[in-house]
Design a binder for this molecule. Sequence first.
Ligand code: C2E
Ligand code: MG
Ligand code: MG
Ligand code: MG
Length: 279
Amino acid sequence: AAKAAGKSAYRTCTSTLRESAVSRAELIAELRRAVDENQLCLEFQPIVDLATGTVGSAEALVRWRHPRLGMLPPARFLPLAEETGLILPIDRWVIHEACRAAAAWRGRAPQATVAVNIAAAHLHRSDLIATVTDATARAGLAPGALTLELTESALIEGSEVVLDRLRQLRELGIRIAIDDFGTGYSSLSYLHRIPATELKIDRSFVTRLGEDDRAYATVEMVTRLAGAFDLAVVAEGVETERQHTAVAAIGCAHGQGYRYGRPGELPDLRGRTGVGSPA
Ligand code: C2E
Ligand code: MG
Ligand code: MG
Ligand code: MG
Protein backbone atom coordinates (compact mmCIF):
# COMPACT_ATOMS: atom_id res chain seq x y z
CA ALA A 1 0.00 0.00 0.00
CA ALA A 2 2.86 2.34 0.89
CA LYS A 3 4.38 1.61 -2.49
CA ALA A 4 1.19 2.40 -4.38
CA ALA A 5 0.78 5.64 -2.45
CA GLY A 6 4.38 6.54 -3.19
CA LYS A 7 3.84 5.93 -6.85
CA SER A 8 0.79 8.14 -7.18
CA ALA A 9 2.42 10.86 -5.07
CA TYR A 10 5.33 10.75 -7.44
CA ARG A 11 3.10 11.15 -10.48
CA THR A 12 1.34 14.11 -8.89
CA CYS A 13 4.64 15.77 -8.09
CA THR A 14 6.00 15.48 -11.57
CA SER A 15 2.97 17.14 -13.08
CA THR A 16 2.97 19.77 -10.30
CA LEU A 17 6.48 20.73 -11.27
CA ARG A 18 5.57 21.00 -14.93
CA GLU A 19 2.55 23.19 -14.23
CA SER A 20 3.87 25.33 -11.44
CA ALA A 21 6.40 27.20 -13.58
CA VAL A 22 9.03 27.04 -10.89
CA SER A 23 11.74 29.19 -12.27
CA ARG A 24 15.01 27.64 -13.15
CA ALA A 25 16.89 30.06 -10.91
CA GLU A 26 14.61 29.24 -8.01
CA LEU A 27 15.15 25.52 -8.49
CA ILE A 28 18.92 25.98 -8.65
CA ALA A 29 18.87 27.96 -5.40
CA GLU A 30 16.75 25.26 -3.77
CA LEU A 31 18.95 22.49 -5.08
CA ARG A 32 21.96 24.27 -3.63
CA ARG A 33 20.37 23.96 -0.19
CA ALA A 34 18.94 20.49 -0.69
CA VAL A 35 22.05 18.60 0.39
CA ASP A 36 22.59 20.64 3.58
CA GLU A 37 18.93 20.56 4.49
CA ASN A 38 18.77 16.80 4.16
CA GLN A 39 16.23 16.74 1.37
CA LEU A 40 17.93 14.10 -0.73
CA CYS A 41 17.22 10.45 -0.20
CA LEU A 42 18.21 7.16 -1.72
CA GLU A 43 16.21 4.27 -3.02
CA PHE A 44 17.88 0.94 -3.71
CA GLN A 45 16.97 -1.36 -6.56
CA PRO A 46 17.87 -5.04 -6.31
CA ILE A 47 20.25 -6.68 -8.77
CA VAL A 48 19.43 -10.36 -8.96
CA ASP A 49 21.65 -13.37 -9.60
CA LEU A 50 19.65 -15.10 -12.33
CA ALA A 51 21.01 -18.56 -11.57
CA THR A 52 20.09 -18.59 -7.89
CA GLY A 53 17.43 -15.90 -7.69
CA THR A 54 19.21 -14.17 -4.84
CA VAL A 55 19.75 -10.44 -4.45
CA GLY A 56 23.51 -10.00 -4.34
CA SER A 57 23.63 -6.27 -4.85
CA ALA A 58 21.58 -3.12 -5.18
CA GLU A 59 21.89 0.16 -7.04
CA ALA A 60 21.48 3.40 -5.10
CA LEU A 61 19.24 5.89 -6.92
CA VAL A 62 18.91 9.46 -5.68
CA ARG A 63 15.60 11.29 -5.18
CA TRP A 64 14.87 14.81 -4.01
CA ARG A 65 12.21 15.19 -1.38
CA HIS A 66 11.32 18.73 -2.39
CA PRO A 67 9.54 20.71 0.36
CA ARG A 68 6.75 21.93 -1.96
CA LEU A 69 6.91 19.72 -5.04
CA GLY A 70 7.22 16.36 -3.33
CA MET A 71 9.43 13.51 -4.41
CA LEU A 72 11.36 14.36 -7.57
CA PRO A 73 13.08 11.72 -9.73
CA PRO A 74 16.67 12.26 -10.89
CA ALA A 75 15.59 13.27 -14.40
CA ARG A 76 13.96 16.36 -12.83
CA PHE A 77 17.06 17.76 -11.19
CA LEU A 78 20.23 15.97 -12.27
CA PRO A 79 20.54 17.80 -15.60
CA LEU A 80 20.42 21.09 -13.66
CA ALA A 81 22.84 19.69 -11.10
CA GLU A 82 25.27 18.73 -13.85
CA GLU A 83 25.08 22.15 -15.48
CA THR A 84 25.74 23.99 -12.24
CA GLY A 85 28.34 21.68 -10.77
CA LEU A 86 25.99 20.87 -7.88
CA ILE A 87 26.28 17.25 -9.01
CA LEU A 88 29.59 17.06 -7.16
CA PRO A 89 28.26 17.61 -3.62
CA ILE A 90 25.15 15.58 -4.49
CA ASP A 91 27.13 12.56 -5.62
CA ARG A 92 29.47 12.90 -2.63
CA TRP A 93 26.44 12.71 -0.37
CA VAL A 94 25.15 9.71 -2.32
CA ILE A 95 28.48 7.89 -2.03
CA HIS A 96 28.58 8.42 1.74
CA GLU A 97 24.97 7.39 2.29
CA ALA A 98 25.26 4.36 0.03
CA CYS A 99 28.39 3.19 1.86
CA ARG A 100 26.67 3.52 5.21
CA ALA A 101 23.64 1.59 3.96
CA ALA A 102 25.86 -1.06 2.37
CA ALA A 103 27.79 -1.58 5.60
CA ALA A 104 24.54 -2.08 7.51
CA TRP A 105 23.18 -4.45 4.85
CA ARG A 106 26.38 -6.50 4.93
CA GLY A 107 25.74 -7.17 8.60
CA ARG A 108 22.94 -9.43 7.35
CA ALA A 109 24.29 -10.31 3.90
CA PRO A 110 28.10 -10.37 4.11
CA GLN A 111 28.67 -10.71 0.36
CA ALA A 112 26.34 -7.88 -0.66
CA THR A 113 27.60 -5.03 -2.81
CA VAL A 114 26.12 -1.61 -3.54
CA ALA A 115 26.44 0.44 -6.73
CA VAL A 116 26.36 4.23 -7.05
CA ASN A 117 26.11 6.33 -10.19
CA ILE A 118 28.91 8.79 -10.74
CA ALA A 119 28.59 11.80 -13.04
CA ALA A 120 31.27 12.35 -15.67
CA ALA A 121 32.50 15.47 -13.85
CA HIS A 122 34.00 13.36 -11.07
CA LEU A 123 36.41 11.68 -13.42
CA HIS A 124 38.12 14.99 -14.02
CA ARG A 125 38.65 15.66 -10.34
CA SER A 126 41.73 14.66 -8.48
CA ASP A 127 39.74 14.30 -5.22
CA LEU A 128 37.53 11.45 -6.51
CA ILE A 129 39.75 8.81 -4.94
CA ALA A 130 39.82 10.64 -1.61
CA THR A 131 36.04 11.01 -1.68
CA VAL A 132 35.54 7.31 -2.27
CA THR A 133 38.13 6.06 0.21
CA ASP A 134 36.87 8.50 2.84
CA ALA A 135 33.32 7.18 2.39
CA THR A 136 34.27 3.51 2.57
CA ALA A 137 36.59 4.07 5.54
CA ARG A 138 34.02 6.08 7.51
CA ALA A 139 31.36 3.46 6.87
CA GLY A 140 33.73 0.63 7.65
CA LEU A 141 32.94 -0.83 4.26
CA ALA A 142 35.32 -3.06 2.33
CA PRO A 143 36.17 -1.23 -0.93
CA GLY A 144 35.22 -4.38 -2.86
CA ALA A 145 31.62 -3.86 -1.73
CA LEU A 146 31.31 -0.62 -3.69
CA THR A 147 30.70 -0.34 -7.44
CA LEU A 148 30.95 2.97 -9.28
CA GLU A 149 28.65 3.13 -12.31
CA LEU A 150 29.88 5.30 -15.15
CA THR A 151 28.24 5.83 -18.50
CA GLU A 152 29.99 5.05 -21.73
CA SER A 153 29.94 8.69 -22.76
CA ALA A 154 31.63 9.73 -19.50
CA LEU A 155 34.33 7.15 -20.06
CA ILE A 156 34.89 7.68 -23.73
CA GLU A 157 36.39 11.12 -23.24
CA GLY A 158 38.79 9.38 -20.92
CA SER A 159 42.20 10.91 -21.05
CA GLU A 160 45.23 9.09 -19.69
CA VAL A 161 44.71 10.94 -16.39
CA VAL A 162 41.15 9.64 -16.13
CA LEU A 163 42.19 6.07 -16.97
CA ASP A 164 44.91 6.30 -14.36
CA ARG A 165 42.40 7.42 -11.75
CA LEU A 166 40.18 4.46 -12.60
CA ARG A 167 43.13 2.09 -12.36
CA GLN A 168 43.94 3.46 -8.90
CA LEU A 169 40.35 2.88 -7.82
CA ARG A 170 40.57 -0.67 -9.13
CA GLU A 171 43.79 -1.23 -7.22
CA LEU A 172 41.97 -0.18 -4.07
CA GLY A 173 39.38 -2.85 -4.82
CA ILE A 174 36.54 -0.55 -5.97
CA ARG A 175 34.46 -2.07 -8.77
CA ILE A 176 33.75 -0.13 -11.98
CA ALA A 177 30.61 -0.72 -14.05
CA ILE A 178 29.90 0.69 -17.49
CA ASP A 179 26.27 1.79 -17.27
CA ASP A 180 23.78 1.88 -20.16
CA PHE A 181 26.23 -0.14 -22.22
CA GLY A 182 25.51 -0.08 -25.93
CA THR A 183 24.09 3.43 -26.09
CA GLY A 184 27.33 5.38 -26.41
CA TYR A 185 29.89 5.37 -29.14
CA SER A 186 31.95 2.62 -27.68
CA SER A 187 34.63 1.00 -29.71
CA LEU A 188 36.10 -2.32 -28.80
CA SER A 189 39.48 -0.73 -28.31
CA TYR A 190 38.17 1.37 -25.46
CA LEU A 191 36.94 -1.71 -23.65
CA HIS A 192 40.54 -2.89 -23.63
CA ARG A 193 41.69 0.31 -21.96
CA ILE A 194 39.03 0.87 -19.33
CA PRO A 195 39.61 -1.10 -16.15
CA ALA A 196 35.95 -2.07 -15.82
CA THR A 197 34.65 -5.02 -13.83
CA GLU A 198 31.09 -5.00 -15.13
CA LEU A 199 28.87 -4.15 -18.10
CA LYS A 200 25.26 -3.10 -17.64
CA ILE A 201 23.29 -3.78 -20.82
CA ASP A 202 21.05 -0.81 -21.51
CA ARG A 203 17.33 -1.16 -20.94
CA SER A 204 16.53 -0.16 -24.53
CA PHE A 205 17.84 -3.53 -25.78
CA VAL A 206 16.27 -5.57 -22.99
CA THR A 207 12.89 -3.92 -23.58
CA ARG A 208 12.83 -5.14 -27.19
CA LEU A 209 13.79 -8.74 -26.39
CA GLY A 210 11.28 -11.13 -27.89
CA GLU A 211 10.08 -8.55 -30.42
CA ASP A 212 13.22 -7.66 -32.24
CA ASP A 213 15.83 -10.21 -33.34
CA ARG A 214 18.51 -7.56 -33.44
CA ALA A 215 17.90 -6.62 -29.82
CA TYR A 216 18.23 -10.31 -28.91
CA ALA A 217 21.47 -10.54 -30.88
CA THR A 218 22.76 -7.41 -29.15
CA VAL A 219 22.10 -8.72 -25.65
CA GLU A 220 23.63 -12.04 -26.65
CA MET A 221 26.70 -10.36 -28.10
CA VAL A 222 27.28 -8.09 -25.10
CA THR A 223 26.90 -11.07 -22.76
CA ARG A 224 29.53 -13.00 -24.76
CA LEU A 225 31.77 -9.97 -24.90
CA ALA A 226 31.55 -9.58 -21.13
CA GLY A 227 32.46 -13.25 -20.73
CA ALA A 228 35.46 -12.90 -23.03
CA PHE A 229 36.67 -9.83 -21.14
CA ASP A 230 36.03 -11.50 -17.80
CA LEU A 231 33.48 -8.85 -16.85
CA ALA A 232 30.29 -9.32 -14.87
CA VAL A 233 27.13 -8.53 -16.81
CA VAL A 234 23.75 -7.13 -15.78
CA ALA A 235 20.65 -6.83 -17.97
CA GLU A 236 18.92 -3.56 -17.05
CA GLY A 237 15.20 -2.87 -17.17
CA VAL A 238 13.85 -6.43 -17.12
CA GLU A 239 10.12 -5.89 -16.73
CA THR A 240 8.33 -8.91 -18.12
CA GLU A 241 8.45 -12.67 -17.77
CA ARG A 242 9.35 -12.91 -21.43
CA GLN A 243 12.34 -10.60 -21.02
CA HIS A 244 13.41 -12.49 -17.92
CA THR A 245 13.27 -15.82 -19.74
CA ALA A 246 15.22 -14.38 -22.66
CA VAL A 247 18.07 -12.87 -20.60
CA ALA A 248 18.33 -16.07 -18.57
CA ALA A 249 18.41 -18.20 -21.76
CA ILE A 250 21.11 -15.98 -23.24
CA GLY A 251 23.17 -16.69 -20.15
CA CYS A 252 23.33 -13.20 -18.74
CA ALA A 253 24.32 -13.69 -15.10
CA HIS A 254 22.46 -10.80 -13.47
CA GLY A 255 19.25 -8.89 -13.96
CA GLN A 256 17.78 -5.64 -12.70
CA GLY A 257 14.32 -4.29 -13.36
CA TYR A 258 10.73 -4.10 -12.20
CA ARG A 259 10.42 -7.87 -12.77
CA TYR A 260 12.65 -8.39 -9.72
CA GLY A 261 11.92 -5.29 -7.73
CA ARG A 262 11.40 -1.56 -7.93
CA PRO A 263 13.70 0.89 -6.22
CA GLY A 264 12.87 0.97 -2.51
CA GLU A 265 14.26 0.51 0.95
CA LEU A 266 17.37 -1.57 1.36
CA PRO A 267 15.98 -3.59 4.32
CA ASP A 268 13.16 -4.73 2.02
CA LEU A 269 15.68 -6.69 0.04
CA ARG A 270 16.25 -9.07 2.90
CA GLY A 271 15.25 -12.56 1.95
CA ARG A 272 13.74 -11.43 -1.30
CA THR A 273 14.48 -13.73 -4.19
CA GLY A 274 13.01 -11.79 -7.09
CA VAL A 275 13.07 -14.76 -9.39
CA GLY A 276 10.01 -16.98 -9.24
CA SER A 277 7.73 -14.43 -7.63
CA PRO A 278 6.35 -11.64 -9.79
CA ALA A 279 7.62 -8.19 -8.77
P1 C2E B 1 20.54 4.26 -14.39
O1 C2E B 1 21.78 4.35 -13.60
O2 C2E B 1 20.59 3.55 -15.69
O3 C2E B 1 19.46 3.63 -13.40
C1 C2E B 1 18.39 2.84 -13.82
C2 C2E B 1 17.12 3.64 -13.98
O4 C2E B 1 16.14 2.80 -14.59
C3 C2E B 1 16.50 4.09 -12.67
O5 C2E B 1 15.77 5.29 -12.91
C4 C2E B 1 15.53 2.95 -12.37
O6 C2E B 1 14.50 3.31 -11.48
C5 C2E B 1 15.02 2.67 -13.75
N1 C2E B 1 14.53 1.29 -13.89
C6 C2E B 1 14.98 0.18 -13.27
N2 C2E B 1 14.33 -0.92 -13.66
C7 C2E B 1 13.42 -0.50 -14.59
C8 C2E B 1 12.42 -1.20 -15.36
O7 C2E B 1 12.23 -2.40 -15.29
N3 C2E B 1 11.68 -0.41 -16.21
C9 C2E B 1 11.86 0.94 -16.31
N4 C2E B 1 11.07 1.60 -17.13
N5 C2E B 1 12.78 1.62 -15.57
C10 C2E B 1 13.55 0.90 -14.73
P2 C2E B 1 15.95 6.59 -12.00
O8 C2E B 1 16.05 6.24 -10.56
O9 C2E B 1 14.89 7.55 -12.43
O10 C2E B 1 17.38 7.13 -12.43
C11 C2E B 1 17.59 7.59 -13.74
C12 C2E B 1 19.05 7.87 -13.97
O11 C2E B 1 19.51 8.94 -13.15
C13 C2E B 1 19.98 6.69 -13.63
O12 C2E B 1 19.98 5.76 -14.69
C14 C2E B 1 21.30 7.40 -13.45
O13 C2E B 1 21.91 7.65 -14.70
C15 C2E B 1 20.87 8.73 -12.86
N6 C2E B 1 21.08 8.72 -11.40
C16 C2E B 1 20.29 8.19 -10.43
N7 C2E B 1 20.82 8.40 -9.20
C17 C2E B 1 21.98 9.06 -9.40
C18 C2E B 1 23.00 9.58 -8.52
O14 C2E B 1 22.97 9.43 -7.29
N8 C2E B 1 24.05 10.25 -9.10
C19 C2E B 1 24.14 10.43 -10.46
N9 C2E B 1 25.20 11.10 -10.94
N10 C2E B 1 23.21 9.95 -11.31
C20 C2E B 1 22.14 9.27 -10.79
MG1 MG C 1 23.15 3.14 -12.97
MG1 MG D 1 21.68 2.11 -16.44
MG1 MG E 1 19.76 4.13 -17.76
